[in-house]
Design a protein around this ligand. Structure first.
Ligand code: PA5
Length: 442
């Protein structure tokens, strides 16, 4: 078993793709050069490219010390953020946690999330959960002005101050934001919160390895050093795998496969797919171009989306994220009566059955006309997650340039905000407000 993420494309591409692979290999090399030389669009957002090798000891120690203090003081830590200011921490914490951590008592605080939706009942239920308990807040927003986290922070800041007093709140609120700009920076300075900076040249969805991800992951009790080591390994040695993935998905896209489905057979990877969708969706979906990133959790979704994938419109390809070792072993017992007919797998561990389901599914989907890319990770731990994060980030930068878009901006996400602000009568939006009202009256 390799000690690194690997990409296998032989079930996705065939002889007939040779010409296209050759042409797109050249495009990928040019895109890689554009990225690494910083000569492409969005080149002021390339701080993530050499971030792993530039994280220093002092920075890690500072994050670990802050995390240790919060772990001591708090029963819950509410991590507030949306998009790139949320999904990186969420996916790593979910991938590493006991699946039922929420129902079990353990060491250290429970990490809960807010500010990634505007669900009133969600916020109500979370307030209900932390009422009467000591809690801390990590509020994360690069711009410092995003509405969803701002609403959540206002609510929980007020609640914490009333419940535990100003001093406790000041000690247990940490803000992760821009060095100078934004409302959150001003607020944090005024209140004297501990702050961490999101570097100017690191965009939200590429920020997992900054305090945006590292602080909540450390507060959850996981090893951020191993995560960084994994990312360093990929930064230094990962180009072959990164290029193979970037080339293969673009060959498939040019073959008419407009949708990439990231599939896993490991429940703890559900949020990795959510993070990946945000990374690729927000980076590549521009100028009416881009592979649509979708995801499924198998075998669960074989009993729903499996039918569509096997037999539906042939515009998809599948990337299976395959995990080598599980953390625990569970053996299927023998049953004398065998009423359920399962004795043929008695004595096997559950993951053996899962692996056969995975292989059987991949073969069936290839037979059904769904090209199958395979990404293998030896196990789910901090090191391999660090590798995976950097692998997907760099492949995304290269793939975006291959497509001819700027992978580092997201102009499209402003459209809903303008309408929402106009509808909410936010000062400065009077003209749009009048236009929308007229439109709605028609
Ligand atoms: O990747 C991105 O840039 C976005 O998804 C942002 O992370 C998201 O919109 C949150 O922005 P902010 O951190 O400014 O609140």
């Amino acid at each position: 078993m390799s000690n690194s993420i690997q990409v296998i494309s032989k079930y996705a591409l065939g002889k007939s793709d040779d010409q296209r692979i050759k042409a797109l290999s050249a495009t990928a090399l040019a895109a890689k050069h554009t990225l690494e030389s910083g000569s492409g669009a969005g080149n002021d957002f390339l701080g993530w490219l050499h971030l792993p090798t530039n994280i220093d000891e002092q920075h890690l120690q500072d994050i670990e010390a802050c995390a240790a203090r919060m772990r001591q003081d708090c029963e819950y830590v509410i991590t507030i953020g949306i998009g790139g200011s949320y999904l990186g921490a969420k996916c790593v914490i979910e991938a590493l946690s006991d699946h039922f951590a929420a129902y079990k008592s353990g060491n250290g605080p429970k990490i809960v999330f807010a500010g990634s939706n505007i669900g009133e009942d969600y916020l109500y239920d979370l307030m209900d959960l932390v009422r009467g308990h000591k809690f801390g807040i990590i509020v994360i927003s690069k711009s410092g002005t995003t509405t969803e986290p701002a609403i959540a922070f206002r609510l929980f800041k007020e609640m914490l101050e009333k419940q535990e007093g100003k001093e406790f709140a000041q000690r247990n609120i940490v803000a992760v934001t821009d060095a100078r700009r934004g409302a959150l920076r001003g607020l944090a300075t005024q209140e004297g919160y501990k702050t961490y900076i999101i570097p100017d040249n690191v965009g939200g969805r590429f920020s997992v390895l900054t305090p945006v991800g590292l602080l909540p992951i450390a507060v959850a009790g996981f090893d951020i050093r191993a995560l960084v080591i994994g990312a360093v390994e990929m930064e230094i040695n990962g180009n072959k795998q990164i290029m193979e993935y970037a080339i293969a998905r673009n060959v498939l896209y040019q073959n008419g496969k407009k949708i990439e489905i990231l599939a896993n057979f490991t429940p703890r990877l559900h949020y990795i797919a959510e993070w990946w969708k945000q990374l690729y969706g927000e980076s590549e979906g521009k100028q009416h171009k881009g592979i649509f990133p979708a995801s499924v959790d198998f075998t669960t979704d074989l009993h729903s989306m499996g039918q569509w994938i096997q037999d539906g419109e042939r515009t998809i390809f599948e990337t299976v994220l395959s995990v080598g070792d599980q953390q625990h072993e569970v053996i299927i017992p023998r049953d004398e009566e065998d009423l359920d007919g399962l004795n043929y797998i008695a004595g096997k561990n559950v993951d053996y059955v899962n692996k056969m389901a995975e292989l059987g599914t991949r073969l069936a989907h290839v037979d059904g006309g769904v090209p199958n890319l395979l990404i293998t990770m030896p196990a789910v731990n901090e090191r391999y997650l660090g590798q995976l994060i950097y692998f997907f980030e760099k492949a995304c930068g290269i793939s975006g340039y291959m497509l001819g878009v700027n992978p580092f901006d997201q102009p499209g996400v402003e459209a809903y905000k303008r309408n929402m602000f106009a509808l909410l009568n936010k000062p400065g939006y009077e003209e749009q407000s009048a236009a929308i009202q007229a439109r709605l009256k028609k």
